[in-house]
Design a protein around this ligand. Sequence first.
Ligand code: HAM
Length: 404
Amino acid sequence: MSEEFQAPRGFHDILGDDLKRFRKVTTTVREILKKHNFEEIILPVVEFADLFERSIGEATDIVQKEMFIFEDRKGRRLALRPEGTAGAVRAYIQSRLYTKRTYHKLFYEGPMFRHERPQAGRYRQFHQIGVEVFGAPQPYADAELIKICWDIIGSLNVKADIEINSLGCKVCRPAYREALVGYLRGVEGKLCDVCLDRKERNPLRVLDCKVETCREAVKEAPKMVDYLCEECREHYSKVREYLEVLGVRYRENPNLVRGLDYYTRTVFEVVSPDLGSAVIAGGRYDHLVEEFGGPPTPALGFAVGVERLSLLVGTPGEDDPVYFIIPLGDVIPYAIEVADTLRKKGKVAELSYRGGSLRKQLDFANRMGYRYAVIIGEDEVREGVVSLKDMETGEQVKVRPEEI
Ligand code: HAM
């Protein structure tokens, strides 16, 4: 195929076993969210670029170099959404949800877009299931969300570790930031070029740089948890207490800072040691709603990276056995009725479009992993039955279609 008709780099089709794993993830997450009474919201894929720039932060990688931005016919700057939180906050304010009840538990599912360098588990179009809670200041809300992440990895039987940290608030973060910048100035010689640039504009990001010399340089850096104000310290300690009650295993990582600027207090990531990256991530963002013109609304959430998590789950087996209907000769009216009868009974039935001899069709059924062949020839039609062959045991019996 000529290159111009291939999908652009970082954009991919999802099919076959990959899609089975993808759906296993989305179905499992949705089931867990349903038990917590989350309500779905469908958000647009396009928003004004400004919404993301102001919420995610001008100095972040996403805003600096990863957004797909374009102009509409009137010259307004639009962006394909790189994440869902900003749009959810916009929708919360625009629909005045805060006038309807004191708190909301929402979730969304869909594609996100970031112009990153593609690699295993990193794409330019990827999917998230995002969860956002608006109007809940309580530390048990943080604990409940982290527990949901714990349940997700447990239900999917995935090996991953939960890391948590607190990033403080408007009151305590400035003093910490100042202390950190002071410290970083002292170790400039060891920082990579990117971090040299970050150290004044977005110093917290230096803490999670993957470059070895930077990791070495920040080992002795001041830690946010030592600078928390009374309220933030109390909040963080309650979150950990409730996580213990809920039996969630977690690790405190004082260098966990996240790549988006809107976070306050609790942040967390579910990290896969096999992928070396986060499969789920989130945290609290108590000021964002207010910054966009809504009433003061403490909020928190997380997003599941569906493709990334899919890489870690096993391919689900054939859940429902497939009945493969093989019509031989002039029996189509009977065969399509049999297919309909089976489907009405809740079975998965596929009418063969394969053609050819019975042997070839049985070979085909075998190759596809279908459990039963439903053979229909003129004899079967006359007798009002089908020949049902169990492809695993080879056993074959004549039965009436309603009795299958
Ligand atoms: P994030 O950490 O930027 O957070 O993304 C969340 C998850 O999306 C990541 O942990 C990862 O699994 C997946 N992800 C991110 N980028 C890519 C990519 N290029 N390819 C594949 N997967 C990717 C957020 O987006 C926040 N909105 C989460 C949040 C919700 N915080 C509060 N509420």
